[in-house]
Design a protein around this ligand. Structure first.
Ligand SMILES: C[S@@+](CC[C@H](N)C(=O)[O-])C[C@H]1O[C@@H](n2cnc3c(N)ncnc32)[C@H](O)[C@@H]1O
Length: 326
């Protein structure tokens, strides 16, 4: 029997303290995952609370349903945070259950332990898995199909931009060479192509992260379109809050965090233009709580190393007459 997959919710205490949910509150969790944050929020809440959990991954939804599905306060819905706003079932739920808007919206971005531990999903190179990497395995191109469509330049650009990998060009060449020679089938084949450019052993000896990590991150971000639509989704989430309601977004790498930070600052009326910042004429929909965001404590990083790069940014919706979504 295989052990159940457990995802340790990141920055949990900080989420509970800084995204307070009133007893009869309304919560929108746009990345339900395995329901770790959901379970903790529900444990503190009253029977009249309503919690809508959305996730694009059917496996994550099935596991969180198994874990929390008996809780009548929780509704689990399929969807992606960039598109769920147009879903009629989502709109109907919001109008019926949260007509005044949400007290809390949570977005805990990226992948979960489920993705990394389930070799068949193709996110990990610790064991040989299929080159898939889709968070929603029912839609879109697999990582292998995506690579097959790339020119050397496009692949290098993606590895550079989404992986912040300096050796993006030779790595792109090595991956496409392996593909042409029919040597690119598994996640370990992809990692092996990276090691032909950056050998694994010296990095390991120096305690650096595996040289394939940045390339895997890049291809995963490209395959899942992780950065497209993030800013718009955060904006919609802010407009789905009640006045005084709070949004919390947890990001795991600098590219994501930059988008989260810039979006929240813009919605807070802060002008981030180049050169001398002109007085802002941007409308102010939010108040930022902790401008620099919240990072995990040393204790959390020790107990749960994947939390290392997490950052929680929070904004509080102001009283204004800007549009309500959905
Ligand atoms: C870090 S995990 C969330 C973990 C969750 N907070 C918990 O404590 O169990 C991120 C989840 O977001 C989902 N996800 C990623 N991108 C998404 C998107 N665009 N729309 C909806 N869900 C998404 C992933 O499938 C994954 O289950």
């Amino acid at each position: 029997m295989t052990a159940p997959i457990v995802h340790v919710p990141v920055l949990l205490q900080e989420v509970l303290e800084n995204l307070p949910v009133p007893p009869a509150g309304r919560v929108l969790d746009l990345t339900l995952g395995l329901g770790g944050h959901a379970q903790a929020i529900l444990a503190q809440a009253e029977p009249s609370l309503r919690y809508l959990g959305v996730d694009r991954d059917p496996h994550a939804r099935a596991l969180s349903k198994k874990r929390l599905g008996g809780d009548a306060r929780l509704t689990i819905m399929a969807g992606a945070y960039e598109g769920v706003w147009e879903d009629t079932a989502f709109q109907a739920w919001c109008h019926l259950q949260a007509p005044e808007g949400f007290d809390v919206v949570l977005m805990d971005l990226g992948i979960s332990t489920l993705h990394l531990k389930d070799v068949a999903r193709g996110f990990s190179f610790m064991e040989a898995g299929p080159l898939d990497m889709r968070m929603d395995p029912e839609h879109g191109l697999t990582a292998l199909e995506w690579i097959q469509e790339q020119s050397e330049e496009n692949l290098a650009n993606a590895i550079y931009e989404y992986g912040e990998e300096r050796a993006s060009r030779p790595i792109s060449r090595a991956i496409l060479k392996a593909l042409a020679e029919n040597r690119l089938h598994t996640t370990q084949d992809l990692a092996a192509a990276v090691y032909t450019v950056i050998p694994r052993e010296p990095a390991k000896r120096k305690g650096h992260s595996d040289p394939a990590t940045r390339t895997f991150q890049a291809i995963r971000i490209a395959v899942n379109g992780e950065l497209q639509g993030l800013s718009e989704a955060i904006e919609k989430a802010v407009f789905a809050l009640k006045p005084g309601g709070r949004i919390g977004v947890i990001s795991f790498h600098s590219l994501e965090d930059r988008i989260v930070k810039q979006t929240l600052r813009r919605l807070a009326g802060i002008h981030d233009g180049p050169g001398r910042t002109p007085p802002s004429t941007l409308p102010k929909h939010l108040r930022l709580i902790y401008g620099g965001g919240i990072a995990p404590t040393e204790d959390e990083i020790r107990a749960n190393p994947p939390s290392r790069s997490a950052r929680l940014r929070i904004g509080e919706r102001l009283l204004d007459d800007s549009p309500r979504v959905p």
